[in-house]
Design a protein around this ligand. Structure first.
Ligand SMILES: [Zn+2]
Length: 275
């Protein structure tokens, strides 16, 4: 069985990497990812670049470049993080070209980390670009991994406005809006153009009670939405442990069709991944 993990980062996070003596190079991070994928039977991952670039966060161009250098395009795709506060005209030009050439598979907004609602009209240029190239837009929703984030901007209900005003735009809400999972569920039910990934529900490993809690939530979404076509598998590695995540989804006890849709078919279809 092939598994697609639609939510992976090559970033370094102080909270989880603080014991590292030196910052691993981008190549070392990529090697660690490929090894972890191999060990967990993951056939393909989408690498999400950040809204900012620093020593811990490679730029989209750097992520594209390292995938290219390692001849890993059959295993890795890139989703370009977008910054509304600090982008340049050149960034917009590059994004357009990368979409045209199928070098990136989607664009991601970091609402909450950046203090703007997803329905801010300045994002419309990105929505139009995604619609033009039929590429999905990922939006961070729910809790944030930074105390500087303002979470009113990442509440899943904000996504409804974007979905309604852009019916042709395919939207993936990251992290099923956790902890506002019921709100995410309603947005999925109401809007045919909205999907959600189940990544980043925990930092590190699931506890037993965490597994039970989130398994019930995911089953509730599937019952309410009445379609397994809306959920995508993602881990948020390296924030979440990949092994713990693949173990967790086994415990959802889904029928084969729902499981296959969650684990690879939906991502394949939405992100146009050819395996
Ligand atoms: Zn993430």
């Amino acid at each position: 069985m092939s598994i697609i993990d639609c939510h992976i980062h090559l970033n370094i996070y102080d909270k989880i990497n603080k014991t590292e003596e030196k910052i691993p190079s981008l190549q070392e991070r990529l090697d660690a990812l490929l090894e972890t994928m191999e060990n967990n039977n993951i056939s393909y991952s989408l690498l999400l670049s950040s809204y900012k670039v620093d020593v811990n966060r490679p730029s989209t161009a750097q992520v594209i470049d390292i995938v290219d250098k390692n001849n890993s395009k059959d295993k890795l795709g890139v989703v370009a993080g977008f910054t509304i506060d600090n982008h340049t005209q050149e960034d917009l030009k590059n994004y357009r070209q990368w979409l045209k050439d199928d070098i990136i598979k989607g664009i991601k907004l970091y609402c909450g980390y950046e203090h703007h609602y997803p329905y801010d009209e300045r994002y419309q240029i990105i929505y139009d670009m995604c619609i033009e190239f039929g590429c999905p837009l990922m939006i961070h929703t729910g809790d944030a991994f930074s105390h500087r984030a303002k979470i009113k901007y990442s509440h899943p209900l904000n996504v409804d406005d974007v979905a309604v005003d852009n019916p042709e735009l395919k939207i993936v809400m990251c992290h099923i809006g956790n902890p506002w999972i019921t709100d995410c569920q309603e947005i999925l039910y109401k809007n045919k153009n909205v999907y959600a990934d189940i990544s980043g529900l925990i930092v590190g490993d699931f506890t037993l009670s965490g597994e039970i809690h989130y398994a019930n939530k995911i089953k509730e979404i599937l019952n309410y939405v009445d379609s397994p076509h809306h959920l995508l598998y993602g881990s948020d590695w390296p924030i979440s442990n990949m092994k713990s995540y693949t173990n967790f989804v086994q415990k959802l006890d889904l029928d084969k069709e729902s499981f296959d849709l969650l684990m690879f078919k939906n991502a394949k279809n939405i992100f146009k991944i050819f395996l």
